[in-house]
Ligand binder design. Sequence first.
Ligand code: AMP
Ligand code: MG
Length: 306
Amino acid sequence: MIVQPNRDSIQAASNALLAGQLVVLPTETVYGLAADIRNETAIASIFRLKGRPNDNPLIVHLHDQSQAKFVARELPDRFFQLAERFWPGPLSIVLPKHRVLSKSITAGGETVAIRIPDHPVTLGVMSSANLMLAMPSANPFMSLSPTRADLVSHEIESGVWGILDGGASKVGIESTVLDLSDQQPSILRVGIVSRQEIEDCLSEYIQTGGDSTKSPGQYRRHYAPRTKAVLVTEFSQNAHGISFSEPKTDHIILAGHDPHEYAKNLYAALAELDTLGVEVIEILCPPETEEWAPIWDRITKAATPL
Ligand code: AMP
Ligand code: MG
């Protein structure tokens, strides 16, 4: 059930979470499937409902920076610099976990990823009961992340208290994941918060894609439509697909001229093309520059065959 957010429904969603139910909540990245981090049964339901492998850790969402000390063991200076600059926002920070935090959230590991999402509805749900939420994207494992309430699948909808409708996600792709649990900070997943911005904030060099064993859940195929997707340097005749420049036919969706606008529209465009029953979705290769790196990451994964 899609629920319009107001004072009563935000309170009701918060109560449902406290009672151990799952709720789909809007964030600026994508819609999330939320559970109270203290409720083991609810955490287990997230993995079951998504069909998510147990070795893929969940990001813990806070509504206030001061909650970080309850889930992370150490908060280095870098953490405070980044949190001041980028939160609320699409940057998840990996830190050594606090001993009380359940390992079912961290997939058995000793680190936890945390962030404050930038959406008033979800911040309202959390702050009304001082909640911290484990919240992966609200999609079945491997499939497209929903960026609007109506794009959440019936499978997911059937297992939750409700879907709070917070409009279209304004970032549109998953958060940047930055690992601070080692001496040398490194980006484990690229996103809209860029390496350059992180380097400017910390005044130091940042590695990308460092140690792949530290980045569980980075599967080769991910974020994919059911229809076969391919990357092309030129559209075929009568192609159905996605472009970053003015399309010449009605069957091509212009996702955006720049990577930010493109990120915002990408998943909805793939979802729309997925309903057409076409054989192939063609995705025009964007420029090979660093600012397009998060788009390259997502479209490459979408186009990796099963
Ligand atoms: P999402 O797909 O948005 O639910 O984000 C979860 C992803 O964040 C995982 O698949 C990992 O790639 C990353 N992640 C979450 N927690 C950790 C962690 N403790 N260490 C490294 N990466 C993590
Ligand atoms: Mg996901």
